[in-house]
Design a protein around this ligand. Structure first.
Ligand code: URA
Length: 202
């Protein structure tokens, strides 16, 4: 029998599959793409939140399964965390055309689904990947300070009140940043070490 959480996440999946009001819905249908809901442990202590699916993700329905995903897998391996232990998702659940940045209207439309995923999975750590998800999560939990930049906040731990108690936001650069820039990769590796303090019972 599927757990309560699995059932609640399935409801979200059904709603997203039928989200005809999304400006990205027609593009999804025309390309035979899937919405990318999220993947991983429904009891994860760490939830990774990216921006929006790329082409590989939209073709498979799985988050971070292309080049950025390989970097994410390596970073997880560097702290000894198997990917199935964590939950990986995005703010925007459908692929924006040509990998353009998500629009505010798209973020506003899809954000409530992410908020529900957070409330269902109740992670202790919200690890944001890239500046869009950092800004969204900090704003959503009332921890955004005007002018806050990822270059200042990456690798820090920001405590926020959530519906199920407190959680720690850890802003991280997007793994795509490491693809073409070796120093960004070193920074990401260092920042991932920050997550090890949250790995209990291993
Ligand atoms: N980039 C993202 O932000 N999310 C994905 O799922 C893949 C690439």
């Amino acid at each position: 029998m599927s757990s309560d959480r699995t059932e609640q996440l399935r409801v979200i999946k059904d709603e997203l599959l039928n989200l005809t009001e999304s400006p990205l819905y027609d593009y999804r249908q025309r390309n035979n793409y899937f919405p990318v809901i999220g993947q991983g442990n429904h009891y994860a202590e760490i939830m990774f939140i990216g921006e929006a699916p790329g082409k590989n993700e939209a073709e498979t329905g799985r988050p971070f399964c292309g080049a950025s995903g390989r970097v994410l897998d390596q970073l997880l391996a560097s702290i000894g965390v198997p990917r199935p232990d964590v939950y990986v998702t995005n703010i925007v659940k459908d692929r924006p055309p040509n990998n353009r940045d998500p629009l505010k209207t798209e973020i506003d439309l899809y954000a409530p689904f992410l908020e529900r995923q957070i409330d269902i999975i109740q992670p202790r750590v919200l690890a944001t990947l890239g500046r869009f998800s950092m800004e969204f999560i900090l704003r959503h939990f009332g921890a955004y300070r005007s002018g806050a930049r990822i270059s200042q906040l990456h690798g820090t731990v920001i405590s926020v009140r959530v519906s199920y108690g407190t959680a720690s936001v850890v802003p991280l650069y997007h793994p795509a940043a490491a693809l073409y820039n070796a120093s960004q990769r070193g920074t990401l590796e260092d920042d991932f070490q920050v997550l090890t303090q949250f790995l209990s019972g291993r």
